[in-house]
Design a protein around this ligand. Sequence first.
Ligand SMILES: C[S@@+](CC[C@H](N)C(=O)[O-])C[C@H]1O[C@@H](n2cnc3c(N)ncnc32)[C@H](O)[C@@H]1O
Length: 475
Amino acid sequence: MKFTITACLIMGTKMSRYGSRTGNVSGTLYVPSLIKCLNMLEYIKRKLYGAKGIVKPLGTISNFKHGDVFLQTNSLDDILVMPTNSVDYIFTDPPFGANLNYSELNFIWESWLKVRTNVKPEAIINKVQNKSLLEYQQLMTECFEEYYRVLKPNRWMTVEFHNSQNSVWNAIQESLIRAGFIIADVRVLDKKQGSFKQVTTTSAVKQDLVISAYKPKESFKKEFLKKAGTEETVWDFVREHLDKLPVIVEKNGMLEKIREREPYLLYDRMVAYHIMNGIAVPIDASDFYSGLDERLIKRDGMYFLYDQINKYDNVRIKSELEPIQFNMFVDDEKSAIAWLYYQLEEPQTYAEIQPKFMKESNAAKHEKMPELAELLEENFLQDDKGKWYIPDPSKAGDIIKLREKRLLKEFEEYLVGKGRLKQFRTEAVRVGFARLWEDKDYKNIVKVGDRLPKSVIQEDDKLLMYYDIALSRLE
Ligand SMILES: C[S@@+](CC[C@H](N)C(=O)[O-])C[C@H]1O[C@@H](n2cnc3c(N)ncnc32)[C@H](O)[C@@H]1O
């Protein structure tokens, strides 16, 4: 009875809209100018016995045995009744920043039920509750830590995500990593029908994203910590991670490029996992990239384990086209280099690349983006016909080292200066933070971090990771 009544409540309020099929405007407490008057008794009857009525699915309840289903309404940061390592799979649809004020929206039925949500652990961004992005991220981390605890090792969690703001997206990823999860895949979920917010807010992401993350095997984590300080942690991580990633991803009959298998992202994940576990990263980027070539097999710019490659090759032979790279945005130096790597799989002259680059490139306001010529000079090689090409692994190491040296020099200027930094090379800050981290110089990470616009740190997963952890080390 309570379930039925609460399901009908909204339609008995002034929020029920005249001329609307669905009734109220979902996700908001909105009183329209024209109200629909309903005979509530008739409405309850329809809700119970109509085509989509409540009674129908009630009939299937007898199919469940006692103990098949377990419902809990606790806050996720308080599920101690659930044993550690007991859950096979988690699907979660967490709150996204300030999108919806759940507890406030529940007010109507909560008043009838005489139960109120305890808003203290509610993971949202909300001014009235004094919760900013920082508090939201902290609450999400506490929740994900519980997910991590109850999930069996070597098992997966799927996190649905929709929000237009990069900062919230990064807060979620940061919370996941801090809780110990390893992110293995991010893709678009096609829900077909847009929600209220998605249709009405122009800046909203039209499609939802899905993050797949896993809890590594216990033996892996133990070994990883035991081997701290040796290079083995790097390659153990890469092998473990590649083993988890899909080998083939097809979309509309075409092979899709698996970004997680590309060197840049593998490097990022490897570094993040070391840092989150409080372990120094034992090798630099150039040794990492050449190490990948020595130890693994490369196809179409992606890396595979020896026992995965047959499966990939078999499918690849049948597909005539190269795998497709989706969603390449060029908004900073890092993404510009990734874009150039993709373009220069076939060597090209400056004149050939330049118009394409102009079309794609849209640098953020704070980004001191180097000129295309400089990007080519710093990261690629030129043949005698003037065509730029990707350096082979034996030479790539030297190029990366030279570039890092240049970036560090630039970073030194940020280190000694004072006041707000308005325009800077984000890549230089990334490389600088990594170096300071190596030297355990957390104070200077925070010092430079505080000179950057807040939004830049919140919107850059790497900077956020270093800054956040450096801050916690200083506390
Ligand atoms: C995006 S909604 C999930 C919607 C759900 N999948 C559905 O289709 O109805 C996020 C939910 O997380 C809940 N939530 C917020 N903080 C929480 C916490 N600390 N523990 C558990 N749930 C929380 C919110 O009340 C909200 O119901």
